[in-house]
Design a protein around this ligand. Structure first.
Ligand code: ZN
Length: 207
């Protein structure tokens, strides 16, 4: 750094000698840490920071730039992403734990490895007549667009099916080993797809 420049440790940027003196008296310097702390929280807008500190929004925008923060629009996008992550359904949280890169679209849908995934719940369902009754899990095909659907089973596991295996509107299956092979409407066929995380491809990062 040239001799005529000064670096402010608090605000983490450099100024020339004359500017530096004025800077140490400025609102920015006195509230630098506070401004930085607020900028680090992506869900506080520049306008809100400006209001709390007593600066103009434009000034906050300039400071944020100087301090190396993303611009307002990017912060807003990051904020929305963070909010979505917080409310993500169980399947996506688990996918994340397994090292998959999850890009949430909403609480129950997200891109994982470029595949559009949705989560639904499976619930117990009685099939058959009163003489011979089976209990099966009932699943419905999502009405939205998707590549992979994960149904959360009552025991916490997931039935993970690709779109091409979901040619039903509603169907039932038995998640447990059983001697009854089931019927067309109560197939056991899906059991092998329980916890079939490999359908998502390879996790991008190992954890
Ligand atoms: Zn400073």
């Amino acid at each position: 750094m040239p001799n005529s420049m000064r670096y402010c440790q608090t605000c983490r940027f450099q100024l020339d000698k004359r500017g530096f003196k004025r800077h140490t008296l400025s609102v920015l310097h006195r509230k630098g840490k506070l401004i930085r702390a607020m900028l680090e929280r992506n869900c506080i807008t520049h306008a809100e920071i400006a209001r709390r500190i007593g600066l103009t929004r434009e000034r906050v925008r300039q400071l944020a730039l100087q301090m190396g923060f993303a611009d307002g629009r990017s912060r807003h996008a990051i904020c929305r992403m963070e909010r979505r992550k917080k409310e993500m359904a169980e399947f996506f949280l688990q996918a994340q734990k397994r090292g998959f890169e999850v890009e949430p679209l909403g609480a129950r849908s997200a891109y994982i490895n470029g595949k559009l995934c949705v989560q639904r719940n499976a619930c117990w369902h009685d099939v058959g007549n009163s003489g011979y009754k089976y209990t099966f899990l009932s699943i419905r095909q999502p009405t939205v667009r998707f590549d992979i659907c994960a149904w959360k089973l009552p025991d916490g596991r997931f039935l993970i099916l690709p779109k091409k295996l979901t040619g039903f509107r509603q169907t039932t299956f038995n998640p447990e080993e059983s001697e009854h092979l089931g019927t067309a409407s109560s197939s056991h066929y899906y059991r092998q797809h329980i916890e079939r995380w490999s359908l998502l491809g390879r996790p991008r990062r190992s954890k």
